[in-house]
Ligand binder design. Structure first.
Ligand code: TXA
Ligand code: MG
Length: 346
């Protein structure tokens, strides 16, 4: 899609170990004046706006090209402020905040009246989190408001884990990007709805259902597989499940033989340079955290290489591996579960 650039997007390099308040303050001023500033978190880059200002939030929906019914997460600098966005704070929220904040857990609670409904997709629930990233927290503190922060990608495409990814989608459409290097985790936060009984995971992430139920002592309802497709590269995406008897390299070889330009995203163990046009090794099978950190970057890179099809090797669906597979399954055009290619999802 081609959109006319309207603004000069300022990219500000920030040292993540010693962020300069004056530089971060430029983005804070943007937020305070109803502008849009992209910022790093420990998960992915967020596209920030003043979450309590309706005009800023409306612009965020528009620039992200997201339907107004899909709510934003509010980012706060500390747990007290994050929980003050809720009308009532259940005991479980206090416990989870103490255990996991700052960190990659988003809590969905009853919305406090001071939070505009538009920020929350027009609904009565608010999502809040405290990011574990010094640049993000400095930005929120200096902005002196909770920051509405969806992942800084156009609706539907892979999330951004570098400032370059943010610019690919939003250069000319937002005022500022704070560039503090690649995000540590690479996978969006776990979203947990505490307004339901039992609490329900709406989106799996790095923090697992097991870790959550250990803290609150409740059984947790698992996330349903998302029905609409998201996180999609431009190329067709074929995911080969870890349980399949065919390897991703074999699937890639077959597609290349049929004349397609094929990119392979694969573990070090499953790598095979000769089976495709471009190969991107995203980590060792035994280190799913490393694969999570490389996931979106690999999909974007293979897209940029101009392939027709990306074949992605699945991981074992356990712990963080289950969250990686949630993203891949949601993005896939086809999934190879066994030896056969399942095209039912096309
Ligand atoms: O790690 C993350 O969560 C990143 C970083 C930037 O913080 N943010 C992020 O935001 O992934 P977004 O908007 O791309 O995804 C948030 C997800 C969406 O699926 C949204 O529907 C859901 O959380 N969500 C947000 N507010 C909600 C609410 N009030 N009720 C139910 N779901 C909500
Ligand atoms: Mg997103």
């Amino acid at each position: 899609m081609v959109r006319d650039a309207e603004l000069l997007t300022r990219v500000i390099a920030i040292d993540p170990r010693r962020p300069d308040p004056e530089l971060v303050g430029i983005a804070a001023e943007t937020i305070q004046t109803r502008g849009l500033a992209a910022f790093p978190t420990e998960t992915v880059y967020g596209l920030g706006a003043d979450g309590l200002n309706e005009e800023a939030v409306c612009r965020l929906y528009e620039v992200k090209q997201r339907p107004r019914s899909n709510p934003f997460i509010l980012h706060a600098a500390d747990a007290t402020t994050a929980l003050s966005l809720a009308d009532t704070v259940p005991n479980a929220a206090e416990k989870l905040a103490q255990r996991f904040w700052p960190g990659p857990l988003t809590l969905v609670l009853e919305r406090a009246p001071r939070v505009p409904a538009v920020t929350c997709g027009g609904g009565e629930k608010v999502a809040a989190r405290v990011p574990d990233n010094t640049v993000a927290r400095m930005l929120i503190e200096l902005s002196d408001t909770p920051i509405a922060g969806p992942s800084a990608n156009l609706s539907g495409s892979p999330s951004p884990v570098t400032a370059r990814h943010v610019l690919a989608d939003f250069e000319g459409h937002i005022e500022v990007v704070l560039d503090a290097g690649p995000c540590r985790l690479g996978l969006e936060s776990t979203v947990l709805d505490l307004t339901e009984q039992p609490p329900r995971i709406l989106r799996p992430g790095v923090i697992t259902a097991g870790e959550i139920s250990e803290v609150i002592g409740d059984a947790i309802e698992a996330a349903p597989q998302a029905s609409e497709s998201r996180y999609r590269p431009r190329a067709r995406l074929v995911v080969v499940s870890a349980a399949s008897s065919t390897t991703a390299a074999a699937v890639a070889r077959g597609l290349a033989a049929s004349g397609k330009r094929v990119g392979l995203a694969v573990s070090a163990e499953g790598a095979d340079e000769d089976c495709c046009h471009v190969q991107r090794i995203w980590g060792r099978m035994t280190e799913p955290e490393a694969i999570a950190a490389q996931l979106y970057g690999a999909l974007r890179e293979l897209d940029d290489a101009g392939v027709d099809v990306i074949v992605a090797e699945g991981v074992v669906e356990d712990g963080i591996g289950a969250s990686i597979m949630h993203r891949l399954r949601t993005a896939a055009d086809a999934i190879v579960e066994n030896a056969e290619m399942d095209t039912a999802s096309e």
